[in-house]
Design a protein around this ligand. Structure first.
Ligand SMILES: C[C@@H](N)C(=O)N[C@H](C)C(=O)O
Ligand SMILES: [Zn+2]
Length: 235
């Protein structure tokens, strides 16, 4: 259980609708579909109606600062079966990157790698009180594309299992491009938060509106108010 799972969910019933992809840049092919993630009849390019309105608003804010830049959508709606697939995929990838063999892992090695995976991935829970954020249609993973159509270098790829994923990793780093990476991460954060989203404290690319993590983060900033989640799991 993460602390945000304590937040009550009062499902508001707002529909999950297709993101108007023509307004945004889009990672293509979709990073998890290309791995064979089991979407069935679902599509990753869906979000709750208000989350879409806010995403459009975030890009409008970006355009006031940088008219030809765009928000690039990496991932949005994710059925629990896909969450499970990606968690297992990330575990297997981490094992392989360490030159290990999954069947020969010691219990300690296994636990260490699972802990690393769950640093950035939510548990594929089917409990309606603890839905994975993307399974609610409230969460979106995004980055920026500049005026020449290039993906902006944020200093680490989306979904990397490392501390470089932490939003402020480059704030006090001696890396020669640290200031640039941090400034771009801040720019993405600023436009998204101005539009009502909250950012996952462990991932520079993950934002949500209306889910448990969003409510919990709002409550950290404004302890006098008590936000609850209005979006629970869909399907
Ligand atoms: C790992 C990343 N793509 C992501 O979405 N992480 C959050 C926490 C999630 O799994 O919901
Ligand atoms: Zn995410």
């Amino acid at each position: 259980m993460k602390p945000y799972h304590q937040i009550p969910i009062a499902e508001c019933g707002e529909p999950l609708i297709k993101i108007p992809l023509e307004l945004f840049a889009v990672e293509s092919p979709h990073p998890y579909e290309k791995l064979g993630a089991p979407y069935g009849e679902h599509s990753p390019y869906y979000l709750r109606q208000s989350a879409i309105a806010n995403l459009i608003q975030a890009q409008n804010y970006l355009h006031l600062l940088l008219p030809d830049w765009r928000i690039q959508i990496f991932d949005a709606y994710r059925p629990v079966a896909v969450q499970e697939f990606m968690v297992n995929y990330s575990f297997a990838e981490a094992v392989q990157q360490r030159g290990l063999n999954e069947v020969e892992l010691s219990p300690n090695q296994r636990q260490e790698i699972w802990e690393l995976v769950y640093e950035i991935w939510a548990v594929p829970s089917l409990d309606i009180q603890t839905p994975p954020p993307h399974s609610t249609g409230a969460a979106v993973d995004v980055t920026l594309v500049n005026d020449t159509g290039q993906i902006v270098n944020m200093g680490s790829p989306i979904d990397e299992l490392s501390e470089r994923s932490h939003p402020d990793y480059y704030a006090n780093s001696s890396h020669p491009q640290a200031q640039e990476y941090h400034a771009y991460r801040q720019l993405l954060r600023d436009v998204m938060l101005k539009a009502g989203f909250q950012r996952n404290p462990k991932e520079w690319w993950h934002f949500s509106f209306g889910d448990q993590m969003w409510a919990w983060l709002n409550n950290q900033v404004n302890p006098a108010d008590f936000f609850t989640a209005c979006y629970g799991r869909i399907i």
